[in-house]
Design a binder for this molecule. Structure first.
Ligand code: 13P
Ligand code: SF4
Length: 309
């Protein structure tokens, strides 16, 4: 079993060199993919790194909206998504038609769109945000303006609480993070009273209120590395544990609930990555008119300083 895993990993590394390609893996990907990735990171950080690289081909191990972001930020490169069926249910909860109708009814409102959204939805937005910079993005908007956040109600609730700003939002959510309940967290805290609770802002407001830190996946990595604490309860998708344990060999990480698995993030296998490189498909593209408008919303976000977490 191990021998074949290593053999496929070797094959992938050879194909990457032959294709002048870079392998990106989101922090939630399977361990065996994170092991051989050139860069592991959060959704937007990966796309930014890809845009800087000299590689002509980007292999994005993540979900569809992430590959679209890479295609938007790297228009001259070929972006491969090894599993085209790896989508994000939260991103699918708001469509371009939904947002078009909202904008028609609220023409003055500033629309802030989480990067977990389709390129078409980004193209209809004023500015994007990530889980790491959403608070700063909202703070950068003049206080007299109405703000509407799309699509994650939990991220919006968290931003409203931290920024003190009155916001309205779309009623979307991440089904994986939504599964983590206050009862799960209470149980984990009682079992490990010395541990710090670190959660993602996609969690329910009740869970977020119980946390010691609320961070993006890359924010969690930095926080746990810098922290003096030895034990952590983690409230996000289980794939992050690979990176946290690798970066912090002396510290203990426990998942707040066994239900924290995103099936879409687990779809991509080593064989899918190898086949994508061998065939240079499937390719993710964004039509030029959508790309230009989505890029403007991403660039508006990039002008706002990212939260130092
Ligand atoms: P980040 O890695 O940007 O924190 O996003 C979490 C997530 O749910 C991606 O699908
Ligand atoms: Fe989407 Fe949630 Fe899965 Fe991230 S963890 S890809 S937000 S469903």
């Amino acid at each position: 079993m191990e021998a074949s895993r290593e053999a496929v990993q070797r094959e992938i590394r050879e194909l990457l060199a032959a294709r002048n390609a870079v392998l990106l893996a989101h922090n939630y990907q399977r361990d065996e993919i994170q092991e051989i990735a050139d860069i592991t990171g959060d959704s937007l950080g990966l796309s930014q790194e890809a845009a800087k690289s000299y590689a002509g081909v980007i292999v994005f191990c993540g979900v569809h909206f992430m590959a679209e972001s890479a295609a938007i930020l790297s228009p001259g490169k070929t972006v491969l998504l090894p599993r085209m069926d790896a989508g994000c249910p939260m991103a699918d909860m708001v469509t371009a038609d939904d947002l078009r109708a909202y904008r028609a009814a609220h023409p003055e409102t500033v629309v802030v769109t989480y990067v977990n959204s389709s390129a078409e939805v980004k193209a209809l937005s004023d500015v994007c945000c990530t889980s790491g910079n959403a608070v700063n993005v909202v703070r950068s908007i003049p206080p007299e303006k109405e703000v509407f956040m799309v699509p994650d109600r939990n991220l919006a609730h968290y931003v409203a609480r931290v920024s003190g700003r009155r916001l309205s939002w779309w009623d979307g959510f991440c089904p994986t993070h939504e599964r983590l309940t206050e009862q799960d967290v209470d149980r984990a805290k009682r079992a490990h009273p010395g541990a710090l609770l670190v959660v993602h802002p996609e969690c329910r407001p009740g869970v977020v209120a119980m946390a010691d830190a609320v961070l993006s996946t890359s924010g969690m990595s930095g926080y746990c590395r810098r922290s003096e604490a030895r034990e952590f309860i983690i409230g996000t998708e289980m794939g992050i544990l690979y990176r946290l344990r690798k970066e912090n060999p002396g510290k203990t990480f426990r998942l707040a609930s066994r239900a924290l698995i995103c099936p879409n993030m687990k779809l991509t296998t080593l064989e899918d990555v190898r086949d994508a490189l061998a065939t240079l498909s499937p390719v993710v593209t964004v039509p030029p008119d959508i790309r230009d408008r989505a890029c403007a919303a991403l660039e508006a976000m990039l002008r706002v300083p990212r939260d130092v977490s």
